[in-house]
Design a protein around this ligand. Structure first.
Ligand SMILES: CC(C)(COP(=O)(O)OP(=O)(O)OC[C@H]1O[C@@H](n2cnc3c(N)ncnc32)[C@H](O)[C@@H]1OP(=O)(O)O)[C@@H](O)C(=O)NCCC(=O)NCCS
Length: 163
């Protein structure tokens, strides 16, 4: 693993929205069949920080040598004590430096400072690298899956970790 020397994580602002959109577009476009329609299906990315704050959650970005290269957000789940991770994405050139794991850790810590006793998430079945990441961090894949009626014809796995 390359050393994570010049990486940093900070709370996102809406000024990061353009970078976050580019990150999601780049990451998701690598998967056959995955369609990225920001206006139609992910308008919240245009207000990356404010959208999650308005839900009582938080959003972060990671920088590598001063450039925004990754993002994550977390909000309360509908189940008491559970928080949900959203949109963890790391640009290909910034991967395997510990940035994804560090972002998950940041979100877990922030959720614990609130009322979280567990973290949950949904992950596209095609995003196999993320499954390896979550499992390396102690997340367990639940038996349930869900299908989204979206352009990408997404089926997602459910992951959960006790905090
Ligand atoms: C999944 C993703 C966020 C991982 O980001 P990352 O910064 O490269 O992850 P890290 O460097 O923190 O990896 C931590 C550990 O996760 C596991 N891991 C991460 N990527 C992996 C891969 N491609 N293959 C196998 N294991 C992997 C490893 O155990 C790794 O530790 P190691 O590098 O010491 O072996 C990144 O690949 C990505 O953005 N993928 C596309 C979008 C996506 O799937 N998002 C998730 C949506 S739910």
């Amino acid at each position: 693993m390359a050393p994570a020397v010049s990486t940093s994580i900070r709370a996102a602002t809406d000024a990061d929205s353009a970078a976050v959109i580019e990150i999601v577009r780049t990451c998701w476009s690598a998967y056959p069949g995955v369609v990225v329609d920001i206006d139609g299906e992910m308008p919240e990315l245009k207000r990356w920080a404010l959208h999650h704050r308005s839900l009582g959650g938080r959003a972060w970005v990671a920088e590598l040598e001063g450039r925004v290269v990754a993002c994550i957000a977390a909000t309360r789940d509908e189940r008491p004590g559970a928080w949900t991770l959203h949109k963890l994405n790391v640009l290909p050139e910034a991967r395997r430096r510990g940035i994804g794991a560090a972002l998950v850790g940041e979100a877990e810590s922030a959720a614990c400072e609130q009322d979280a006793v567990c973290m949950v998430l949904w992950s596209d079945t095609r995003f196999v690298e993320s499954h390896a990441l979550y499992e390396s961090l102690g997340y367990a894949r639940m038996p349930e899956t869900r299908r989204l009626n979206d352009l990408s014809k997404t089926t997602e796995y459910r992951y959960r970790k006790a905090l």
